[in-house]
Design a protein around this ligand. Structure first.
Ligand code: GLU
Length: 254
């Protein structure tokens, strides 16, 4: 595959736990396996939720593990781009002003929104009528996740969006935005989310730890990478111990 470009797009709302870091690792492995680029994009447009020190923790985790981004972007430094994009949608009647915010109007003539997910090659389909008109630019001038994510994935020529499957329900909205702009959408790959021992989403409540906690306990980064790589992926066979170059050479999304 040529010119593969993937990104991780963490919101600096806390210290990433091992599940979030697994997403970063899978993106990194996919990029390196294909000779592509691995991009870090800090999604800090939800100002109320930004936590001090989170951005630094994200960088520290990536640095320590050796998942070094080829390019880094910060969304709060790109507000003009999102404003312009929302103006384009307004101009073409894909959006309307609503109490200082801008809302995307879901078109009535599209029946369903479907894509083939690269994880397991499965077809996913949503009925358009189930999607409500959604805000793309807030009254504080900051974009919502949906707009910023689509504009940036397009601007940054992202070829594969590899993210946790808790984002599946956002993808139909993103497909609507791609259609409205007349842009081709990237391949989507939604990773099965990492669960805690109680089978609910990994969180502080059920003991989620960050890579930095494991580092404090003396774990080696090679061990953590090996462990995280096998959370949701397996090359077949029963080999469990692999070094990073070996994992890169055999890693495969399908
Ligand atoms: N900012 C989102 C997050 O915190 C990004 C999701 C995505 O990868 O599109 O995970």
């Amino acid at each position: 595959m040529n010119n593969i470009r993937v990104r991780i797009a963490p919101s600096p709302t806390g210290i990433p736990h091992i599940g979030n870091t697994r997403t970063a690792l899978f993106n990194f492995l996919f990029a390196r396996h294909n000779g592509g680029k691995f991009i870090l994009r800090i999604e800090d447009t939800d100002r109320q939720r930004v936590v001090e020190g989170a951005k630094e923790a994200i960088r520290e985790i990536l640095n320590w593990l050796g998942l070094i981004p080829d390019e880094t972007y910060i969304q709060s430094e790109r507000l003009n781009l999102y404003k312009k994009a929302s103006q384009v949608l307004l101009k073409h009647n894909f959006a309307r002003e609503d109490e200082g915010a801008i809302r995307f109007i879901v078109p009535k003539d599209i029946q369903s929104l479907d894509w083939t997910d690269a994880v397991g090659n499965k077809k996913i389909s949503f009925k358009t009528e189930e999607i409500e008109d959604f805000v793309i630019l807030k009254s504080d001038g900051f974009p919502t996740y949906h707009l910023a994510s689509v504009v940036d994935d397009h601007e940054m020529s992202i070829t594969h969006v590899i993210r946790g499957d808790e984002w599946i329900s956002s993808t139909p909205k993103h497909l609507l935005l791609y259609k409205a702009f007349g842009w081709e959408h990237p391949v989507f790959a939604h990773l099965p989310v990492v669960l805690g021992p109680d089978k609910t989403k990994l969180s502080k409540r059920n003991g989620a730890k960050s890579v930095l906690d494991f580092r404090k306990e003396g774990y080696l980064k090679e061990a953590l990478i090996n462990f995280m790589a096998l959370l949701g992926w397996n090359p077949g066979g029963d080999k469990e111990i692999m070094d990073i170059p070996e994992i890169i050479s055999i890693f495969d999304l399908s």
